[in-house]
Design a protein around this ligand. Sequence first.
Ligand code: DUC
Ligand code: ZN
Ligand code: ZN
Length: 456
Amino acid sequence: MSIIIKNGILVTASEVSQRDLKIDNGKISMISSQINGEKNDTIIDATNKYILPGLIDPHTHLGIEGTLDDFETGTNAAASGGVTTIINFTDPDNSQTFLEDLREWKNKAKNSLIDYGFHSIINKCNSDVLEQISKLPDEGVTSIKLFMAYKENMVNDKELYLLMNAAKKAGIVTNIHAENGVVIDQLIEEALNKNNTKPIYHAYTRPPEMEAEATARALRIAEITEAPTYIVHISCEEALKEFIHAKERGVNAFGETCPQYLVLDEDYLKKEDKEAVKYICSPPLRTKKDQDTLWNKIKSGSISTIGSDHSSHPYVNGKENGINNFTKAPNGLPGIESTLLLLYHYGVCEERISLSKLVEVTSQNPAEIFGLYPQKGSINIGSDGDIVIFDPNKSTVLTKESQKQGTEYNVYEGMKVQGYIDYVLSRGEVIVKDKKVIGKPGRGNYLYRDKFNARS
Ligand code: DUC
Ligand code: ZN
Ligand code: ZN
């Protein structure tokens, strides 16, 4: 019994064309201008709708202690937004080695609805850690993440150099949170000493120059180690300039931004304190000018991917702690289910990017960079049947009532966006239909990813 999607407009990173699609045993088996089904086949009519490859969200934080989305609720939310694969970050637990930590995370993810992989966060450097990095590919993990900010997790320059070197030798790409944590901590201390505690000081103490400085430093180290490097959540023009300079020098660097940096700006941090605290994330929300630059650099190809950086911190006993002191609010925004709709509305409908570019940055590029292509990332014969059927003629309103993610708030509350997610298929199984999640938790597979093999 096959699944046949008929009469839709198929979109890949390279073309948009009217095609029928057939899926057998979870894999795409035929793409043709007309496919006729047989008696037992399931036919889905996609007339006037787009057929897109499922999104790969390369930046999620499900299952973090104190947050509201575990792998079950978080992947339900992801799937309802058209995401069929996530690459989630582990969280270092200093009582065990990071390989033990990774195995615990694999176990934690067993109730995932969709396919998943991990990036290992590494927050220290010693000979054991360097040795363990070489073992990560056997675990199916071909990316690590290093922080240049946050006292408890950041690594210094020597460690950055040693860890990136080890990652390169192991065939692993290094993700970097690029902010100069030392200077930022000093700026925070100075702000608090002056009683500057309102949410907007979160942005003022994490200025674009310090994101740019860390980006440049990381990429200079990448230049001498020749380590493939992926800068997560680029938020501003200053950092982008450094990033593009490095690429022009031949550094094998990839850049990611997030929907919040494209759609929201620092004015949200100037709202009434109790509202503004919801918007605390790092790097902070920037200006409208930065948004324009980010869109332009997606269009031009400098930025390769979009990740949601989904972090489902509660409002009560979470974000609200920052009302009188911004440093007490946990960093990060929920948004795993709104990436496709936001990019379609603000990107495609507002003519900032093409539909094929949307597919490239949300599916093909993350698959290629993180060792999932061609199993994931496009609509090819033999690829997994991970498909979104998207209706461009209907609209969706983003609200906390209608969302699947666990937070009591939605940072895009009330936004009416063009587009509607009709169906989501994962390996040929319909897991979302008309906003209802019908796939079962635990059906998601752990993805053993290939070693790094991409060129920026
Ligand atoms: N960085 C992330 O990548 N996610 C949440 C918080 C942060 O600073
Ligand atoms: Zn980060
Ligand atoms: Zn993150």
